[in-house]
Design a protein around this ligand. Structure first.
Ligand SMILES: Cc1ncc(COP(=O)(O)O)c(C=O)c1O
Length: 444
């Protein structure tokens, strides 16, 4: 007899679920449960409305429970729930791929579907390695990430990632990996508005790695154009251009991880347009379906795809894919999401709002504990001085205080990050910073 048949389930019992990236014991003592969502707000289990300052987890860019997306998912679920992704296809996935190719810059015209940012990253790294094999450069096996980078939680992602907490519990990662230095330079750049003025030369760190390893061993460099999860690090002016130039000089592929920066977060479709630098691959997820159905994608340059299209045409060209690559529900949600972005001009809206946002962020200057403020598009990082001997505690208190008062923020270490849905109004921006400044003043 199954265990379920023995006992009815107590829905207040939180024991069974092992929560991701969470302090399980603390949460289960004082749970914060969300039970509904609409547009800019969550509904908490006690009925309170919570203003969403983080677009969920940087992903609900068009706001919550948007009817056209809900309807598209409903219709697709009723029409065809699933289609095999290997050696078979369905029109909605092809249509979404074509739409993404249309949106993407330059010749980033090929789309490989995944189910998450982590899978997009691992897919891009594998494509980089396989591309070099396909073009007779099999010695190019080394993958370069960056200190403080976040690229998800697969073994590829944690290996090129540069946040030690995400690596050290596991004791091993991929071989043939190295890291660039990060771009954070508070001595010169604290309280910069938008892109910091100093630090383009940090890209030259790639020259150092080329010297150590030799270009013939390096497959790809992966960076987040704006590092999000580590606490919002905006690239110094000229940094990404310089990184691109050095990659070109040595035949190294450049991957932009746009899982956060994609879909309007910086006021453009992708960070690529915001910075005018074109990588060889772009990893996407989150805003692709407005986070309604899990989906990720890798955008790949035509010439890379073409390099695989050799040999007998009945042969599989890339031995990689997921059962749910291009899942019908996700594809339908993706199409409806892209429609909303276009119809409502949400990326342009974000661009239009960004200077108001910037002023609001920098209005926190001078408040207790604030040691740096960073912003770009509709993203902010508010760095607090750590409490002596208790790193992360102060920001977590601010998070709890904000939640009590009806605002969801996100914290990493002692940095508070904000990234609301792009439908946020100026009044809601004011409300967000009112609540946050109150919490900062109250924080011990
Ligand atoms: C830049 C970046 N890459 C990858 C990921 C991983 O995405 P997922 O959690 O969907 O696997 C994230 C998640 O925040 C991210 O910010």
């Amino acid at each position: 007899m199954s265990k379920a048949a023995l006992k009815p389930i107590d829905t207040n019992n939180l024991d069974a679920m092992w929560m991701p990236f969470s302090a399980n014991r603390q949460f289960k003592r004082t749970p914060r449960l969300l039970v509904g969502a609409k547009d800019m707000h969550y509904t908490a289990s006690d009925g309170r409305q919570i203003l969403d300052g983080t677009a969920g987890l940087w992903c609900v860019n068009a706001g919550h429970c948007r009817e056209p997306i809900v309807e598209a998912i409903r219709q697709q679920a009723a029409k065809m729930d699933f289609a095999p992704a290997f050696q078979m296809g369905h029109p909605t996935a092809f249509e979404l791929a074509a739409r993404l190719a249309q949106m993407a810059p330059a010749d980033l015209n090929k789309v490989f579907f995944t189910n998450s940012g982590s899978e997009s990253v691992d897919t891009a790294l594998k494509i980089a390695l396989a591309y070099h094999q396909a073009t007779g450069q099999a010695t190019r096996k080394r993958l370069i990430g960056r200190s403080r980078g976040y690229h998800g939680v697969g073994f590829g992602g944690i290996s090129v990632g540069g946040i030690s907490a995400n690596r050290k519990q596991f004791g091993m990662e991929l071989p043939f990996v190295d890291h660039l230095r990060h771009t954070h330079d508070p001595a010169r750049n604290a309280f910069s508005r938008g892109e910091p003025a100093h630090g383009a030369e940090f890209a030259d760190d790639l020259e150092r790695l080329v010297q150590i390893h030799d270009a013939s061993t390096i497959a790809a460099v992966i960076v987040e154009p704006v590092a999000g999860s580590t606490g919002v690090l905006v690239p110094p002016k000229g940094y990404l251009e310089r990184l691109r130039a050095i990659c070109d000089k040595y035949g190294i592929l450049l991957i932009f991880d746009e899982v956060i920066t994609g879909f309007g977060r910086l006021g453009t479709s992708f960070a690529v347009e915001r910075f005018g630098v074109v990588p060889d691959m772009i990893t996407l997820a989150k805003g692709l379906t407005n986070a309604t159905v899990p989906m990720g994608a890798v955008l790949v340059r035509d010439k890379m795809y073409d390099a695989f299209m050799n040999g007998p045409d009945h042969m599989i060209e890339l031995f990689h894919g997921y059962t749910y690559s291009g899942h019908p529900l996700a594809a339908a949600a993706g199409l409806a999401t892209l429609d909303i972005y276009a119809k409502e001009g949400l990326f342009e809206r974000a661009a239009g709002l960004s200077s108001y946002w910037e002023d609001a962020v920098h209005s926190l200057k001078g408040l207790p504990h604030v040691i740096d403020l960073r912003n770009l598009g509709i993203v902010a990082g508010i760095e607090l001085e750590s409490r002596a001997g208790k790193p992360t505690a102060r920001a977590f208190d601010v998070f709890l205080d904000c939640f009590e008062r009806g605002l969801l923020v996100r914290t990493t270490g002692d940095i508070v990050a904000l990234s609301p849905p792009l439908i946020v109004s100026k009044g809601q921006v004011d409300q967000m910073f009112d609540i946050l400044s109150g919490a900062l003043k109250r924080a011990a």
